[in-house]
Design a protein around this ligand. Structure first.
Ligand code: ATP
Length: 512
């Protein structure tokens, strides 16, 4: 199946089974804003818990906060967002469609990669086992030509971004003959900068109203609270502050479902370190974060690091963790060494001394910061994409979400074979016993086969069937989602068998 079709199916699956709905659906939606349904919110909460616990429970030097979305407007001046939180946009004159100029070039680079990979795949097929990929990549004339073209574009692109040279950025689009996917033409406008922050007014009268912003990242709420937390929590550098919360960006091109939204949620952790040690911490957090992702079991080949071509104004090292989505490798998380930029700026703009006194060094300094920043929604999408499977069985196709059990919205479905003869009551007794430990769902409608399919489609790792024998032997049939194997187990053992396999704790233990 083409990857585009997989993506379309995934989007409709999300709606059909209550994971994600377009916002304001009955009014035909609102651009790049989405709501999470009854299944989606459970999965989202589990993702957040996995992240939060891995940060705050497993590290005795990381604590959490929950700061307000509205903040003093000077914060965004100090952080550089008012002046520099821009995306370069370009319009196609024929289709009147707007694009991010940098994304158009990045897509073009990905096309060169695709061409190279196609050559490699073709050769691998032709040569079979004797194929030496490295040798082929370094000697094949066609591959070398594509690589050379790619490197040349990449070099110009990185320079244009670093120099903030919008004319050159446009010229790359023209020289590479990039066309608008809608109109198919190359009639491009100039490239302009566009600020991504949403603004609103706070105050009761128009005279006293103050322009405030909806935060475009949660990080600044951590920076301006760093002293409060350090003092009240008697924290010693190195220490971290974690936060989960909404962020808002007026994205120019908001496509690809929940990958790029205007209202989204971030999980950010700012780690405060001694100046000079930040690059060691940067490497350490890169490793720890990749492990957190790989721990979910989607295969390490589906992740890669992507170092930034252009470092943000505050960073001295930055990388993204990318996941192989149905539309290619895409950023899910950013890891940035932010130097002392933010704290130093807040010290300057607020006029308050926010230096840390290091008792071991007997010295005061503004700590350096390494940040890990991940979008809940992108993580959600990567998990859905990694889990969605269509399997051909003897009696038709089954759609199954092979979600990591600890993240699945429902852990156990309890299904009475028939409604009568006391089986429904027995099933409810089981639920009433287990519901304190994990999320259970009761379903009595349709055939057992259909009920299994419905649970597969929402990723429920276990189903149990209550039958007539259950009334005598107090045993049920336990069915495993992935293997579809069934075993007879005692009701009394259910909690022991299931609870451990579906708990976030089991995931966290594997991280240690
Ligand atoms: P991009 O280059 O895709 O615009 P970014 O580099 O600006 O992303 P960061 O500012 O580093 O993103 O934000 C950290 C994380 O927040 C990203 O890795 C992503 O998971 C998430 N994120 C950022 N923007 C959005 C958005 N518009 N919708 C959903 N998630 C987002």
């Amino acid at each position: 199946m083409a990857q585009e079709d997989v993506f379309k199916k995934l989007v409709s699956h999300c709606k059909e089974y209550g994971f994600v709905f377009p916002s304001s659906d009955i009014y035909d939606g609102l651009g790049a804003v989405y709501d999470y349904g009854q299944m989606g919110v459970e999965l989202k909460n589990n993702i957040k818990k996995y992240w939060w616990d891995s940060m705050v429970l497993l590290h005795d030097n990381i604590v959490g906060i929950d700061s307000a979305i509205f903040m003093h407007p000077t914060i965004w001046k100090a952080s550089g967002h008012v002046d520099a939180f821009n995306d370069p946009l370009i319009d196609n004159k024929d289709s009147k469609k707007r694009y991010r100029a940098d994304v158009l070039v990045e897509d073009q680079l990905a096309k060169y990669d695709d061409k190279i990979n196609k050559e490699v795949a073709k050769a691998a097929k032709r040569f079979g086992e004797a194929f030496d990929e490295q040798e082929f990549r370094s000697t094949n004339a066609r591959v070398l030509k594509y690589q050379e073209q790619r490197d040349a574009v990449h070099e110009r692109f990185a320079k244009a971004l670093n120099d903030n040279d919008l004319t050159e950025l446009r010229q790359i689009i023209v020289d590479e003959e990039i066309v608008c996917p809608i109109s198919g033409t190359r009639e491009w406008t100039e490239v302009r900068q566009f600020n991504l922050m949403f603004a609103t007014e706070m105050g009761s009268t128009s005279d006293s109203a103050m322009k405030v912003y909806l935060r475009p990242e949660t990080a600044q709420g951590i920076f301006v609270n760093y002293m409060n937390v350090q003092k009240s929590g008697r924290m010693r550098v190195p220490f971290g502050i974690a936060q989960i919360g909404k962020a808002f960006r007026n994205e120019i091109v908001a496509r690809q479902f929940i990958f790029r939204m205007r209202e989204f949620e971030q999980m950010e952790m700012q780690f405060f370190v001694r100046p000079g040690t930040e690059l060691d911490w940067f490497r350490s957090w890169k490793e720890q974060r990749l492990k957190w992702h790989e721990n979910l079991g989607f295969g390490s080949e589906n992740y890669r690091f992507h170092d930034h071509d252009k470092l943000a104004h505050y960073a001295n090292a930055a990388t993204d963790i990318e996941f192989l989505m149905p539309f290619g490798f895409k950023e899910v998380e950013g890891i940035h060494s932010r130097t002392d930029f933010d704290l130093a700026q807040h010290e300057k703009f607020s006029g308050k001394n926010i230096k840390y006194f290091d008792p071991e060094l007997n010295q005061s300094y503004v700590p350096y910061v390494v940040e890990t920043s991940i979008g809940v929604d992108r993580m959600f999408l990567s998990i859905m994409a990694g889990s969605y499977c269509e399997e051909e069985l003897e009696n038709g196709t089954r759609v199954v979400l092979k979600l990591p059990a600890a993240l699945a919205p429902v852990k156990l479905a309890v299904l009475p074979l028939v409604k009568k003869d006391g089986l429904a009551e027995k099933a409810m007794d089981i639920i009433n016993d287990l519901k304190f430990h994990f999320n259970c769902q009761y379903d009595e409608k349709d055939s057992i086969g259909k009920r299994y399919r419905r649970q597969d489609a929402i990723g429920t790792p276990y189903c149990i069937t209550v039958d007539h024998d259950t009334l005598n032997d107090n045993c049920v049939t336990l069915r495993n989602r992935d293997t579809m194997e069934q075993e007879r187990v005692a009701i009394a053992d259910l909690n022991n068998i299931i609870a451990d396999r579906v708990s976030i704790t089991s995931l966290l233990k594997k991280l240690q």
